[in-house]
Design a protein around this ligand. Structure first.
Ligand SMILES: [Zn+2]
Length: 493
């Protein structure tokens, strides 16, 4: 997520959009076949947890199973924000389950497990509890089919503290992007970064509108006044990185660096701004090539970007296809932002955080990569960025008062998470040298491809690669709440 959001997301909290109401036309049926159990039942079945276990956002995510694949079939009218859909999840039970939870804020019409009707209830606005007609066995692969409907924009922030549900729309255009939450506003999700899955996203919108999402465009078919857009993300993805944008978009498709790209620019922009936005999106392939030269192969099989016509207030690194806000002005979004969101494809999307307390692993890394890009392109060096930021924030500044390794759920988008996170890596490079720093970041990505990282694991790897005891260094930069002294040990000598 871009740093601009730090202020604007806070402003968005508590803003509840209430727009239009009515029924929606149904989406086509999807037959859910049963999958066979692969294990014996050992011990008694119990209900799965209603929490993914993250103390920052305990309502998000669930326990007892792991989703392997989502098939989302949504019919959506951008004009009235009426959504009706079906999500089919293929999952694996971790233990014997008498019931399991999903995250979904929309009204539920029907649930089936392995093709058979299942009982369900909504114990809270956010939770959906599913009770199969027979318990699921530990290790069993099973399928859940959930049908739902509603107006996502009417299901806003209340009750999700301190979550930030972000679902943006204006006349004729809707963008479902948000971090840490967004999935439950348009599909039945296990909304935790620890549960990655592959996706088929099938969006049906009125003919003449476009629906853009992650990954490859598998097909686009129109009939009876509707167009169905089928997108596929074949690489593992966290739920908050899934998105859709529905409205009128100018699409540009092609191939660069051996992989397909899709650029989309909202037709709500002026013709001049459309052209300018498209030109900037076309810089993506060059940025991706540069990132590959620094951190190894691009992790996913498609790329691109979307510039929306809404003033969202931030950009988000949606997997394979970041979404950029169009804020107007002479530079709707600069190269720095594009580099930042593409850097997240490695740092955040490929190597994802396991706990939200480690958000600096996403934002500090993306900020550091912005500085590295500047340095490699004849602008300010990483060292200059580090010195400037260090001098800008005095000893008494609140900038140093945030504990970076555990900022608290309401402060994950604060400036220090980005800038002090970037400074930590810049100072680490000064401390261990450029060669070890490059090896460290490459090994971090290579060893955790399609997986997760933690702050502690990064500290260990940094010490291992450099052969240095870095406990004091990381404690000063990440754990302390005071300005690090200008010492060589702190990378500030
Ligand atoms: Zn970011």
């Amino acid at each position: 997520m871009s740093r601009l959001c730090a202020v604007l997301v806070a402003l968005c909290l508590g803003v509840v959009a209430l727009v239009g109401c009515g029924s929606a036309s149904g989406s086509g049926p999807e037959t859910a076949g049963s999958e066979t159990a692969g294990s014996e039942r050992v011990g008694r079945a119990a209900a799965g947890s209603a929490s993914g276990g993250d103390p920052y956002f305990p309502a998000d995510g669930n326990g007892g199973y792991d989703v392997r694949h989502y098939k989302i079939l949504d019919t959506y009218r951008p004009g009235s924000d009426r959504l009706r859909g079906v999500t089919v999840l293929r999952a694996t039970a971790h233990r014997n389950l008498s019931a399991l939870n999903l995250d979904l804020v929309l009204a539920v019409d029907e649930v089936r497990v392995n093709g058979r009707p299942a009982a369900f209830r909504k114990p809270s606005r956010h939770e959906l509890t599913v009770v199969p007609d027979r318990p699921l066995d530990a290790g069993e692969r099973f399928r859940v089919r959930v049908s739902y409907h509603g107006r996502p924009s009417a299901r806003s922030a209340s009750g999700l503290e301190p979550g930030r549900d972000l679902y943006f729309r204006r006349a004729g255009e809707t963008v479902a992007i948000g971090e840490p939450q967004i999935g439950p506003w348009w599909f039945a999700a296990n909304e935790t970064p620890t549960d990655k899955a592959t996706y088929d996203i099938v969006m049906r919108v009125p003919q003449g509108k476009q629906a853009v999402s992650n990954g490859h465009l598998v097909s686009r078919r129109s009939s009876a006044g509707w167009t169905t857009w089928h997108w596929r993300m074949p690489e593992p993805m966290v739920t908050y990185l899934a998105f859709f944008a529905a409205g009128r978009y100018r699409l540009e498709r092609g191939e660069a660096g051996g992989r397909p790209f899709v650029h989309a620019v909202s037709r709500a922009l002026t013709a001049e701004d459309e052209d300018r936005s498209l030109r900037l999106l076309r810089a993506t392939s060059g940025v991706v090539s540069w990132l590959e030269s620094r951190f190894g192969p691009y992790p996913f099989s498609s790329t691109g970007g979307v510039v929306v016509g809404l003033q969202v207030g931030f950009a988000l690194e949606n997997q394979s296809r970041p979404v950029y806000d169009y804020s107007g002005g002479p530079d709707p979004y600069g190269m720095g932002l594009l580099v930042h969101e593409q850097a997240h494809q490695w740092f955040g999307n490929d190597v994802s955080l396991r706990r939200w307390r480690d958000i600096w692993l996403n934002e500090g890394f993306a900020t550091y990569v912005e500085w590295l890009y500047d340095e490699d392109h004849g602008r300010a060096t990483v060292q200059q960025h580090l010195r400037n930021a260090y001098e800008l924030h005095g000893v008494d500044s609140g900038f140093w008062g945030l504990r970076l390794s555990d900022p608290g759920p309401s402060r994950i988008w604060r400036e220090p998470v980005y800038v002090r996170g970037g400074m930590t890596l810049a100072a680490l490079r000064s401390r261990i040298g450029e060669t070890d720093m490059d090896r460290l970041l490459r090994r971090w990505v290579e060893s955790r491809h399609f997986g997760h990282g933690t702050g502690q694991a990064f500290r260990r790897l940094a010490s291992e690669v450099s052969g240095e005891d870095l406990d004091g260094f990381f404690a000063h930069w990440l754990d302390d709440t005071s300005k690090p002294a200008t010492t060589a040990e702190n990378g500030l000598g």
